[in-house]
Design a protein around this ligand. Sequence first.
Ligand SMILES: Nc1ncnc2c1ncn2[C@@H]1O[C@H](COP(=O)(O)OP(=O)(O)OP(=O)(O)O)[C@@H](O)[C@H]1O
Ligand SMILES: [Mg+2]
Length: 366
Amino acid sequence: MNNIEKDARILIVDDTPQNTQILGTILLKEGYKINVARNGRHALDVIEKILPDIILLDVMMPELDGFETCKILKASQKTKEIPVIFLTARTDTEDLVQGFDLGAVDYVTKPFNSTELLMRVRTHLELKLSREMIETVSNERKELLHVLCHDLANPFNAMISVLNIAEDYSKFDSYKKDLLSAAKSGTEIIKLVRDMRSLEEKKLNLINTSLLYSIAQSYFLLGSLFSKKNIELEVNIDEDIEIIAEHSSFINSVLNNIFTNAIKFSYPDSKIVVNAEKKGRYAYISIRDFGIGISENMLANLFNISKNNSRTGTSGEIGTGFGMPIIKKFINAYGGEIEVFSQDEALNTGSHGTEVKLKLQLGENI
Ligand SMILES: Nc1ncnc2c1ncn2[C@@H]1O[C@H](COP(=O)(O)OP(=O)(O)OP(=O)(O)O)[C@@H](O)[C@H]1O
Ligand SMILES: [Mg+2]
């Protein structure tokens, strides 16, 4: 048994104390952590507090039987992925069919055979772990693709805009700086994608980063998006504020994603307001738009990469729904926090819009 598996927590649900005792002894001896519930209702209470990795569920129980409990567990987002193994008498084959129909993954017959029990538990724990691993890897791939395809588009757009207005070759020198800056952002993003694996181990190169400069660079990279919708950017922050961040991801993934969202979900001719203040060891930054807002339901899943939250923007802009989870991942890697507040236009016709609040460590004086 590997270590992750050994850390597994198993919930035993049975109204016969003798059964829970036998199962508990076998599983504890193997090194598993266990919790015990005496019926379905009690099991739901226990799960509310401690989420198990696998559930051994008796079928016949007072108050809430195994089938009803399984139904409730499979209907809930929080618990539907937990494997359920039914505990049944050897003769109850009808039960087995119904159990599988309800989403159980296996069954163990009474009286218990410890080898068989442990084998089944181990198999389903391994399956659960590999499913989770596949999901993690797939989410990491989604993140890399997002940064490559989504964030890398901005420097190219900036270069195209500069080239479009640079018709007069004699003025080319003055555009060179902007082109270089956009191209540099592009190569930094490619490097960032290479480095993203180290995000897990918090090995990003965290340095003092000027807030105003980062916002200016982001505004430059997104210039064509701002101007297409005629959106004004109002920035009320002191020039001297420096925060701790990784330079490239802060501009290209954090700020650019927050601003593209704000632009995408604002109506033309509106504005985005950025405020920041220093308090103690932190900078509190607020980025506010007056767009369509976000419903409460959607807010709850905003940072969940497994949920697709993507809507089209007010001018039909399309997205992938990976922006917000990536922003949060970077902010956390910088040791900061992010919160999103919003008033849905559908509920409130007066004031509506979204405010993204960042709390980031202030740079150190060097
Ligand atoms: N400022 C905002 N105003 C209104 N809705 C927003 C705002 N920011 C995010 N949302 C909502 O959250 C969803 C998820 O945002 P996220 O940035 O993760 O993905 P996306 O913008 O749809 O796609 P992508 O960032 O890949 O282009 C959006 O589709 C939108 O519904
Ligand atoms: Mg987005």
